[in-house]
Unconditional design. Structure first.
Length: 150
């Protein structure tokens, strides 16, 4: 499978995951609101707002990662510094969430998160880092000896 295809599939998976994360946080917010309980003196409305905010932040982050992966698939060029860092952060997030999911949710959630992690690592490895462009004497740079030609 080509790296463009993997990047496109990764973008689709991340986009679905972003929508799912927002939906799950929405359900959690409704449950917290329905119970109307406080946690260590924290107001229920604050917990509901924080749950919605966390879901929105995670959804925006995963959506941005999906856009970066889609852009990689369309342009077929190595990501820039910010895009590379964003995908690395997403990979680390999936690794940590996968480790937590084993104990809290079960092995099926772990397998799902590790599959997304594998896609992210595949994209990162297949595109690598953008290489700096070498200066040529036509660009006005001096030759490697440091002396201008006569």
């Amino acid at each position: 499978m080509g790296r463009r295809t993997v990047a496109m599939v990764t973008a689709g998976v991340l986009l679905m995951e972003a929508v799912g994360a927002v939906a799950i946080h929405g359900v959690l917010a409704v449950v917290v609101e329905g119970q109307n309980m406080s946690l260590d003196g924290l107001a229920p409305d604050t917990m509901v707002t924080a749950t919605w905010a966390a879901g929105a932040a995670l959804g925006v982050f995963l959506g941005a990662c999906a856009l970066v992966a889609l852009r990689l698939g369309v342009r077929d060029r190595a990501p820039g510094r910010f895009a590379h860092a964003l995908l690395v952060c997403a990979a680390v997030l999936h690794g940590v969430l996968g480790a937590l999911a084993v104990g809290l949710v079960g092995w099926s959630a772990f397998v799902l998160l590790m599959a997304v992690l594998a896609l992210l690592v595949w994209v990162l490895v297949s595109y690598g880092r953008r290489q700096p462009q070498a200066c040529t004497p036509a660009d006005g740079a001096l030759p490697s000896s440091g002396v201008a030609p006569a």
